[in-house]
Design a protein around this ligand. Structure first.
Ligand SMILES: Cc1cc2nc3c(=O)[nH]c(=O)nc-3n(C[C@H](O)[C@H](O)[C@H](O)COP(=O)(O)OP(=O)(O)OC[C@H]3O[C@@H](n4cnc5c(N)ncnc54)[C@H](O)[C@@H]3O)c2cc1C
Length: 411
């Protein structure tokens, strides 16, 4: 028999989706968060739900690019100024996984998940989540053809895995017609059809409201310091005292190793911090716009546009570094006409929960009754609802399958 009461630690897109899906099986849930619900990485991200781009992070090009990039102070990739043994362990393992063979194997797993991304959102929307998800083409823009080879190679790999990608090449002129905010410096674009996007703050808020409306509790500002199994129950030590449940889901994003290490999760993980901010554009953005060379994604956000990018390997709670925002503006200024760079608002930093093999960690831990939902890296919004479905089904019914085997947190 499945658990009657589950505590979920972490009220991000992943934890809230787990709670919501557990409720589908009539399970009572309490979600605990050390801060406000949805205020981690699930807050200021780009909000793309883009199966064509949902691919494993480690691949040979990031190794070549990464070394060049960390030596360039204007690049979107940053390492911390001081040595960090955990980061060294993570980067060593990540770099070992930067092979074509690993990417192809991992992509085969992603393909299976990617096929189910939209249905997992549709299920939430059909059953009480009052969020908005928009269908869109993603426009990837480049200065010239040489810049586009990396993304073309990646999309070829996605297609080779058996996933469909609906792609159209545009000249610079056609690209500007499709998106007038592009500058004359853009010489080529790829239109990737059939993707979606959402406003992550609004969507996580709608998901939290639905969890509450179905009788769940979300308790904020309660840091959890330890989780242990004792006499058939799971005991959670937290700032406002202890709690007990039949099972616990650790969904604490980039902070996951702090709690999961005690439960047999050995995969090195680290925060890949990204930055975002909003600016006004002369004309509203028509479609999500991606600049692969600058590694920056743009999405409409009300009457402004959210600009999200940067990969800074740094502890999740370190302060925001304004130099990263300046570097992002510097890389975008020549490509994006009509942006008002004098009025930058909503500056934000958040940590992508990266796993060293680029594969999320979802399923039972080594401790009975303690489950893991994390390590979604670049794609935790996209994969949150599906993660919730897979994990809740397993916890409630014992069902397993190739997906959960591949996502096994104790691998
Ligand atoms: C700049 C940027 C752009 C991105 N763009 C996209 C995108 O377009 N599409 C996409 O799919 N993904 C995107 N991502 C990635 C995505 O944001 C993350 O993968 C996702 O938000 C992770 O969700 P999560 O619930 O695992 O983590 P989080 O949202 O970080 O939630 C974890 C929660 O756990 C809580 N917590 C941690 N430790 C404890 C503890 N000990 N006790 C209690 N609570 C705790 C935290 O307070 C936090 O609220 C982007 C990320 C960044 C940074």
């Amino acid at each position: 028999m499945g658990p009657r009461k589950v505590i979920v630690i972490g009220a991000g897109m992943v934890g809230l989706s787990c709670a919501w899906s557990l409720q589908e099986y009539g399970i009572e849930v309490e979600v605990l968060d050390k801060a406000a619900a949805g205020s981690g990485a699930s807050w200021g991200n780009a909000g793309y739900l883009a199966p064509a781009f949902t691919v494993p992070l480690p691949e040979p090009a990031i190794l070549r690019y990464g070394i060049r990039a960390v030596l360039d102070r204007h690049s979107p990739v940053r390492l911390p100024p001081r040595a960090d043994p955990e980061l060294a362990r993570f980067l060593l393992r990540l770099s070992r996984n930067c092979t074509s063979a690993h990417w192809t194997r991992a992509m085969a797993g992603y393909r299976v998940l990617n096929e189910r991304i939209f249905e997992s959102f549709d299920a939430q929307l059909a059953d009480g989540v009052r969020g908005e998800v928009h269908s869109a083409d993603v426009l990837a823009a480049f200065a010239g053809a040489a810049e586009a080879t990396g993304l073309q190679h990646e999309l070829d790999g996605v297609v080779a895995s058996g996933q469909q990608v609906d792609l159209e090449l545009l000249t610079g002129e056609q690209a500007r017609k499709a998106e007038p905010n592009l500058s004359g410096r853009v010489g080529l674009a790829m239109r990737v059809r059939g993707q979606r996007y959402l406003d992550p703050v609004a969507y996580a808020g709608a998901l939290a409201a639905s969890v509450r409306a179905r009788g769940g509790t979300i308790t904020e500002q309660v840091p959890v310091s330890a989780v242990r199994h004792s006499a058939g129950r799971i005991r959670v030590r937290c700032a406002d005292g202890g709690r007990e449940a039949d099972a616990v889901v650790l969904a604490s994003g980039a902070w996951l190793p702090e709690l999961a290490a005690a439960h047999g999760v050995r995969m090195p993980q680290f925060g890949g911090r990204g930055y975002s901010f909003t600016v006004a554009l002369r004309e509203p953005l028509r479609t999500p716009l991606y600049f692969p060379t600058a590694r920056v994604a743009l999405a409409p956000r009300g009457d402004r546009v959210r600009i999200a990018g940067v990969m800074e390997f740094q502890r999740p709670d370190a302060p925001l570094d304004p130099a990263r925002i300046t570097a992002t503006v510097r890389s975008l200024r020549p490509l994006l006409a009509g942006a008002d760079w004098s009025d930058i608002r909503d500056q934000w930093v958040g940590a992508r929960p990266l796993s060293a093999d680029g594969i999320p960690l979802v399923g039972p831990s080594a401790t009975e009754g303690v489950y893991i939902a994390g390590g979604h890296g670049m794609w935790g919004v996209t994969l949150g609802p599906l993660t919730g479905r897979l994990l809740a089904e397993h916890m409630a019914t014992g069902a397993t399958g190739p997906e959960l085997d591949w996502l096994r947190p104790t691998r």
